[in-house]
Design a protein around this ligand. Sequence first.
Ligand code: ADP
Ligand code: TRP
Length: 332
Amino acid sequence: MNKKIALTGIKPTGDPHIGNYFGAIKPALQLAEQYETRYFIADYHALNQTRDPEVLREQIYEIAAAWLACGLDPEHNLIYKQSAVPQTFELSTILLAFTPKGLMNRAHAYKAMVQSNTEQNRDPDDGVNMGLFTYPVLMSADILLFDADVVPVGSDQQQHIEMATDIAEVINRNYNKEVLKVPQGLIHKDTGIIIGLDGRKMSKSYNNTIPIFLPEKKLRKLIMKIVTNSQTIEEPKDPDKCNIFSLFKLFADQQQQNEMRKRYLAGGLGWGHAKQALFEIINETITPFREEYNRLMADKGHIDAILEKGSAQARELAEQKLVMLRKEVGVL
Ligand code: ADP
Ligand code: TRP
C-alpha cells in the first residue's frame, strides 16, 4: 500500500525558533517514520517580507540547516526549495482562477493589516502587496501540488489549511472528480501555540522568540529576560500560570516536570532559579542540534547539494501532477 503523504513548509524569514520547532519541525519529523514526506523552504513566501537578496539567501540556508540539524534525513525524507519547483507557480495560477476574492478578504494576515490601517486613518490597503493578499493561494498550491494528506503546522496556520481545502473542493466539484487531494491540517493541542518571552504567542513578528540555535551565553541572557510577576522568592507559585514552566514542560520528561511542579508549589523558588533551570534543560537538549547546525552552516556546498537533489525529485513529482492537471483543465 502506498504511504500517506505529510507536507509542510517554513518561511525563511529569520532565526528558526522554539515555536517553529515544536509547532512544525518536531511533529513533521515524527511523521517521517510513517509517512512519505515533502518538507520545504517556502522562499517565495518570504519575498513578501525580505527584500534584501543577501539576507534572503542566508535565511534559506538557515532553515535548510535547521531541518537537517533537527534530524531530517535527506536520504529518506524529501527536502526542497519552493522556488526550485516552478510547477508550484503554474498550479497557483490555476487555483487563482477558482478562488473567490471574498475568500482572500477573510484571511487573517490581510484582515489584520486592513484593520490596523483603518484604525490609523490610512488607506485600507496601505502597504498590502498582492503577494500578501494571495498568500493563501500560493500556500494552497504548495500543498495541493504534492497530494498532501496531512500538513503539520502550528495553530496560526489553521485558516490557511482550511482555505486550501476549500479551493481543492471547488475544483473537484467543477471537474466532477478528485483532481486534487483534500488535505488535513495536523495541529497538536499541546504545541499548537508556544508562548514567547513576553507571554504572547512566540513569533518573529513580535520579537519575542527563543531562537533554537543561539550560542549558550546568548541563550541564557535571553531566558533571563522572560517576563514574570513580582512574587517574592518565598511565595508558593502556580506552575500552570507561568511562562517559564510552560516552556520547561516542552523539554522535560514527566519526572522532571513533577519535581519542578513541587518546587513551584512549595515556595522558596525564585524566578531566577526557575529561569536557570529552564536554561539548563533547553541548553542540554539543543547542544547537539546546535553543534550540527553550526557544522552545516560552515559547509553551504553540502546544503546546496542536498537541496538540489531534493528539488530535482520534487520537480519530477510535481511535473507528473501538472501534466494531469493541464489535461484536466483543458490547456493540453
Ligand atoms: P513566525 O510566526 O515566527 O513568523 P512562521 O510563520 O515562519 O513563524 O512559522 C513556521 C511554522 O512554525 C508554522 O507551521 C507555524 O504554525 C509554526 N509556528 C510558528 N510560531 C509558533 C508558535 N508560537 N507555536 C506553535 N507553532 C508555531
Ligand atoms: N504559511 C506558512 C507559515 O507562515 C509557511 C508555509 C508556506 C506552509 N507554504 C506552506 C506551511 C505549506 C505548510 C504547508 O508558517
